[in-house]
Each structure stands twice: as structure tokens, then as C-alpha cells.
Design a protein. Structure first.
Ligand SMILES: C[S@@+](CC[C@H](N)C(=O)[O-])C[C@H]1O[C@@H](n2cnc3c(N)ncnc32)[C@H](O)[C@@H]1O
Length: 255
């Protein structure tokens, strides 16, 4: 379902929130670090540069992403595993657990938070970032196209994203005994190229939709969406303006 080339097309825009998340992680010398939903592993390698003494594991359910991650050079302390975050278990409790732009693919975040906390060592840090732009025109237009009679029944099983509010994440993690730092940022991206917002969505949001529709219907879906997105996000000489909100949570166990 995942296509590493399409995903990395907007690499700089997608990378920045990770660094902003990481800048709030206060961990001196962790031994075991995991990057859940690591994709092509570029950011997993950054974790190993920040903590060169740590064993760092990147986990992703996409074989294509993990193969791409393994192809790229990395230090001997980094390894990549194919695994589903729904049931992945670390070999040892983790000192730092990072997840950038991945947890929104998993359902039921109340249960998920409990499962993530259970993987942590005492004093460990859990840090994640999830998109929160589900009310943006881009997502409303995807929903509008999903509801067209031609696509609706095939797309009914494709879930919408289960991201919680900052207050809810704070409450869930505080109740589990962690101290929480949570915030939200809206980025104004100026995306280069033609049909830039469509290209962005093709790297992420539309992956499960197109996988469910198959080739021919998938192409028809994209052609329904293209003019809607062009109208909502007109291209300008300096790029297509695309507002994108993300939620960030950094929580420390026993803090
Ligand atoms: C938007 S990409 C983010 C990749 C990377 N963290 C980054 O920031 O560049 C989301 C990743 O989550 C992975 N993913 C989605 N659902 C997953 C699951 N249930 N278990 C493991 N990985 C999952 C996808 O395969 C994809 O590589």
C-alpha cells in the first residue's frame, strides 16, 4: 500500500515536526529506543545520531518501507523490523519511544496509549506526533469524494482517523502515571509543483482509499478529487499554500 517515493516527495515538510518533537525529548543516555511506524527510516537514523550509545529499532508494517529503510546506510546500532504496532512488543522495556506521523493509522487511541505505556521502562519518554487536520478542506473534499455513490460502498470499511484531542491525550497519559507536555502547531506549507495537495495526499491519506478501490476505480477517484482540490488550493507562483495542523505529545513515566 505504501510507496516510499511518493511519501518522500515532501520530505522537508514532513521532517520538520519530527525535529520539533525531538527537541522536547529530554533523555540523557537511553539504552533502548524505538521508532514506531518508521517508514523509510530516515528519522530512525537521526535518533541513533542523537543517542549513539543506544540500540535503536525502527518498526513498520509496510514491507516496502522496511526494505527501503534497510537499503540505506545506518550505524550498527540501528535495525529495522517489519511489525504491526497493534501487537509489536519490544525485546526489552524502552527508554525512549518515538512515533512520527504514524499512530493515526491505528484505531482506539485510549487503548493504544495503555499499550504504549506498557512498553516503557521506568523514567522513559513517550513522544509522538499525529496529524490533526481532519477538518481541513483537503480532508473534507476526500470525504466528499468518498461519499459519491460510485465509491461509497467499497470505501465504507476504510476507517477515518482516530486522533484524540490534546486534553484527552493528557488525561489518558496522566491517568497512567506520566507527566505530559502536549501542544499543537499549524504549518503553512508552500508546496511546489502541479496538483501539489493531491500529490501530498497520494503519499499518505489516499493510500488506504486507493488500495481499497483498485486500479481503475482508484484512477476515477483521483480524477474526481483533482478539480475539487485545484479549486480549494489554487497554485501560485511561490507554491500552493497548504495549512496543516499537527498534535504533539511528550510524556515521561514517573516524572
Ligand atoms: C506517514 S508515514 C511516517 C513515516 C515516518 N515515521 C516519518 O515520519 O517519515 C506512516 C508510516 O506508518 C506505517 N504504519 C501504518 N500503520 C501501521 C501499523 N499498524 N503498524 C506499523 N506501521 C504502520 C506506514 O507503513 C508508514 O510507513
Amino acid at each position: 500500500m505504501w510507496d516510499p517515493t511518493q511519501y518522500t516527495r515532501f520530505r522537508d515538510e514532513r521532517k520538520r515536526p519530527f525535529f520539533e518533537l525531538l527537541s522536547r525529548v529530554d533523555a540523557e543516555s537511553p539504552s533502548h529506543v524505538a521508532d514506531l511506524g518508521c517508514g523509510t527510516g530516515d528519522l530512525t537514523r537521526v535518533l541513533s545520531e542523537r543517542w549513539p550509545q543506544a540500540q535503536v529499532v525502527g518498526v513498520d508494517s509496510s514491507v516496502e518501507m522496511v526494505e527501503e529503510a534497510r537499503r540505506r546506510p545506518a550505524s550498527a546500532t540501528v535495525r529495522f523490523e517489519v511489525g504491526d504496532l497493534a501487537d509489536w512488543r519490544p525485546e526489552r522495556p524502552l527508554d525512549v519511544l518515538v512515533s512520527n506521523a504514524a499512530l493515526h493509522w491505528l484505531p482506539d487511541h485510549a487503548t493504544l496509549m495503555g499499550r504504549l505505556v506498557a512498553k516503557l521502562a521506568p523514567s522513559a519518554v513517550l513522544a509522538f506526533q499525529v496529524p490533526a487536520n481532519f477538518e481541513a478542506p483537503s480532508h473534507r473534499l476526500v470525504d466528499e469524494a468518498r461519499a459519491l455513490p460510485r465509491f461509497a460502498s467499497k470505501l465504507a470499511p476504510v476507517r477515518r482517523r482516530p486522533v484524540e484531542t490534546l486534553e484527552r491525550y493528557e488525561a489518558l497519559l496522566s491517568d497512567a502515571g506520566l507527566s505530559v507536555d502536549a501542544w499543537e502547531t499549524t504549518y503553512l506549507h508552500l508546496l511546489p509543483g502541479e496538483d501539489a495537495v493531491l500529490q501530498w495526499l497520494l503519499g499518505t491519506t489516499l493510500r488506504p482509499v486507493l488500495a481499497a478501490l483498485g486500479d481503475e476505480e482508484g484512477r476515477a477517484f483521483v480524477e474526481e478529487l483533482r478539480p475539487r482540490l485545484r479549486q480549494a488550493y489554487p497554485a501560485q507562483a511561490r507554491g500552493t499554500a497548504f495549512l496543516f495542523t499537527r498534535r504533539f505529545v511528550v510524556a515521561r513515566r514517573g516524572g
